[in-house]
Every structure is written in structure tokens, then in C-alpha cells.
Write a protein that binds this ligand. Structure first.
Ligand SMILES: [Zn+2]
Length: 289
């Protein structure tokens, strides 16, 4: 038996999370392939549904899947456990072997454990969409960087109105303010730190007027950070549009092509509605029958 380690890194797309292989080559070839998903650094293997090349669905048993019809060697493999997925891409120059061990990196295993914990407490688990797992959501605001009390108060009001408008549109969504940022589901800040601004600068837009970052495992959103900086040019919208826009991003809503929508990607201070499509999206997840 010969052992060979194959390290394969891919920078994009983002969803290819895991590219760690441990290729085991046997001398004797057989007509089936064994797939397994060992957790790196432990003797555990994960069981789940295996999606091969986006079309075939199999389940591992005791950490193993025997994949017959070996001639069609898989390119893309997904291990799916509930709504948690680990993506693998098999490089073209990968040597065909009878035993393909797709290693679950420790950080992926940790994210899976977190997913299991969060899904146990998930009161919206019927939803396959990305969602928060509880209500009310806790939040903090931190505008201490602004020395001008008027600016501070203005920011606080925008957050307050944004939260109220969302809650008004979908009453099962609710918020409660707390003081501890590490405990809070959503933290609101003013200026975007430069390292974050550099990392998330949207293409073609010189001026980022707001930013929402989400932490998610499986399809459960568990932490979000929202930045509502002061505008670098022109007047700030008088309403809570940008805060609401970013808040809705934390709920998984993307940009809208409807110019009336607050999710239109260009802020004009006039496009500010939570349109029907967006309300429906949220109600489907958060309105319990
Ligand atoms: Zn946006």
C-alpha cells in the first residue's frame, strides 16, 4: 500500500470550502470506489447525504459510501447533513484510486457542531432559506466614536426606526436592546474600519454607504454586524433607509430590481419600501401558522 498526500487549494468560488484530500492508493483496483469523510485529527467519520456531481444522491453508512460504476469518477462532491453542506472539488489531475477520503477540516467540523447546536433551538426550522433561529433578536448600538451628540442621537434614531419599520412589516420579527456586544445577535456601528472597507469594497462603487456582515452556519444566521457610516459626500438620507437596507441584508435579503424597494442597490433617499416580495419572503420564514 502506498500513501500520497495531495494538497489542493482553490481561491474561488467561495462556496468551495474544503479541498483537503488524503489520497490512498491501493495496488489492486476494483470496480467500486469507497468514499469516506474523516474528521481531520480524529478517528471519526461523518455520515450524511452525498451529492455527486449535483445529481446523484447517496447516504454514507458507518462513515462510508461504496460508489459503484467507478468509470464515472466524481468531480464535485457535497456532504450534506441537514442544511449543513461541505463542498469538495476533485482536481482533474487527481489519481483514480479505490479509496477517496475527503477530509473534514477541524474548522468545518466546529462549524457543523455549532450548526447542530443552533438547529436544536431553531424555531423556524421548516424554512430551508437562510434564517435566524429565534426571536426576539438582541442588538447593541455603538456610536461612541462620534463626539457630536446630535450625530450620535441621529444614528440611534435611524436604528430605532429601521427596527420598528421591519417589526411593523412583519410583526413576528422583534428586537431587544442589550449592552453586551459579544452576546448580541446584531451589533450596529458607524464608520467601517479600513481593513473591513478594503476587504468588502463593492466593485465599481467608490463610496460604501453601509455594510452588513453575517455569520452563518448551514442555513442558520447567528451573528451580524452592521455599519452605517456618515456619508462622505452630499446629504445623509433623513430617514432610516440605509439602516433598514443593511438590516434586511442580515436577514438574507439581496438587492431588488424594484426602484421602490429599500433593497434597490442605489440609495436615493426615496426608494424606501419593504415591497410585497420582501415581506412575503420574511413572512414565509418567520410567521408561524
Ligand atoms: Zn445592499
Amino acid at each position: 500500500m502506498a500513501h500520497r498526500f495531495c494538497d489542493y487549494k482553490k481561491t474561488s468560488p467561495q462556496e468551495i470550502i474544503s479541498n483537503e484530500y488524503n489520497e490512498v492508493i491501493y495496488e489492486d483496483k476494483t470496480d467500486y470506489l469507497t468514499l469516506s469523510f474523516p474528521v481531520n485529527g480524529s478517528d471519526r467519520s461523518l455520515d450524511g447525504e452525498v451529492i455527486i456531481d449535483n445529481s446523484s444522491y447517496y447516504n454514507t453508512t458507518n462513515g462510508k459510501l461504496y460508489f459503484y460504476n467507478y468509470s464515472s469518477y466524481p468531480n464535485k462532491i457535497v456532504l450534506k447533513m441537514g442544511n449543513f453542506r461541505i463542498f469538495y472539488e476533485v482536481p482533474e489531475n487527481f489519481n483514480r484510486t479505490n479509496n477517496l477520503r475527503l477530509i473534514v477540516p477541524p474548522q468545518e467540523y466546529e462549524r457543523y457542531q455549532k450548526y447542530l447546536l443552533l438547529s436544536k433551538k431553531d424555531i423556524f426550522k421548516e424554512s430551508s432559506k437562510d434564517h435566524w433561529n429565534h426571536m426576539p433578536l438582541t442588538y447593541t448600538t455603538n456610536f461612541s466614536e462620534y463626539k457630536d451628540q446630535k450625530i450620535k442621537d441621529g444614528k440611534e434614531l435611524k436604528i430605532k426606526y429601521a427596527l420598528e419599520r421591519l417589526q411593523g412589516a412583519v410583526p413576528s420579527i422583534s428586537f431587544v436592546r442589550i449592552l453586551d456586544e459579544t452576546e448580541a445577535d446584531i451589533n450596529f456601528y458607524g464608520e467601517i474600519p479600513s481593513r473591513i472597507r478594503e476587504a468588502y469594497r463593492p466593485e465599481g462603487h467608490a463610496n460604501t454607504i453601509g455594510l452588513a456582515l453575517r455569520n452563518i452556519t448551514g442555513n442558520i444566521i447567528y451573528k451580524a454586524t452592521v455599519y452605517i457610516p456618515l456619508p462622505t459626500e452630499g446629504e445623509e438620507c433623513p430617514s432610516s433607509d440605509i439602516a433598514l437596507h443593511e438590516l434586511l441584508h442580515t436577514f438574507g435579503l439581496g438587492h431588488s430590481t424594484d426602484y421602490k424597494s429599500v433593497m434597490w442597490d442605489t440609495a436615493s433617499c426615496t426608494n424606501n419600501e419593504i415591497v410585497k416580495e420582501e415581506k412575503d419572503f420574511l413572512e414565509k420564514i418567520y410567521l408561524k401558522p
